[in-house]
Design a protein around this ligand. Structure first.
Ligand code: HEM
Length: 193
């Protein structure tokens, strides 16, 4: 429900005429921002559950990922449908000349099979392969961050902040790092006894 607030806010601002002088850009930026925030939040769920023991985080991981993908789809349709009015020759030109568009599209295409197979039925059907397939998110989220880094012209602070957070979240998944964290946790438990 909380993930629906940004789009509700955006619709409200549109209705009230509270957008900037470039409403289309507002929509593109705000949907892009929320897509990335939710996708990164989804990536953060497992480390939060395993390191801090906040198990509830795991239960919202899928929803956060799906809403993030939903915002990315809206973001994409604003670009191709509203901004370019499905003028595929122009879109093709942009794909060929603007690397941030290409990398954004690759990220979105990677998320597509992950969103489709996110149901329990697909989880059962794919068995072990499901986990392997969903590891593609470790590629797609960084690509979305690269999309952001490449599109920014001057102030790189925000995209670099995302890059740092994503790098830390991915490092926490490395087996060596996980072993060290577990050792640290056990040591603290024994110290308390
Ligand atoms: C998972 C997929 C994607 C994510 C997470 C994402 C995220 C973002 C973010 C965070 C921004 C910057 C917002 C800001 O500056 O406040 C942005 C901008 C933008 N994105 Fe994406 N994006 C994705 C895919 C795409 C795709 C597939 C396209 C088009 C094919 C696209 C086109 C754009 C455009 C045109 C801008 C604005 C660039 C500008 O005016 O400077 N994005 N996106």
């Amino acid at each position: 429900m909380a993930a629906l607030l940004p789009i509700t806010h955006l619709l409200w601002d549109t209705w009230r005429g509270n957008l900037t002088v470039n409403p289309l850009q507002d929509w593109t930026f705000r949907t892009g921002d929320w897509a990335l925030r939710l996708l990164v939040a989804s990536l953060a769920c497992t480390p939060i559950a395993t390191i801090f023991g906040f198990k509830q985080a795991s239960s919202v991981r899928r929803a956060l990922g799906l809403y993030g993908f939903g915002y990315a789809v809206v973001h994409f349709f604003i670009f191709i449908g509203v901004d370019y009015r499905f003028a595929f020759d122009l879109i093709w030109d942009d794909l060929a000349t603007k690397r941030y568009i290409l990398v954004g599209l690759v990220a979105l295409l990677i998320f597509m099979p992950l969103a489709i197979t996110s149901t329990r039925a697909w989880m059962k059907r794919l068995g072990r392969q499901w986990k392997q397939l969903h590891k593609l998110t470790y590629i797609a989220v960084p690509l979305a961050v690269v999309h952001y880094i490449w599109l920014v012209k001057a102030d790189l602070r925000d995209p670099l902040l995302y890059a740092t957070i994503v790098a830390v979240l991915l490092l926490l998944r490395l087996p060596w790092v996980r072993t060290q964290i577990s050792k640290l946790k056990y040591r603290r438990v024994f110290q308390k006894l």
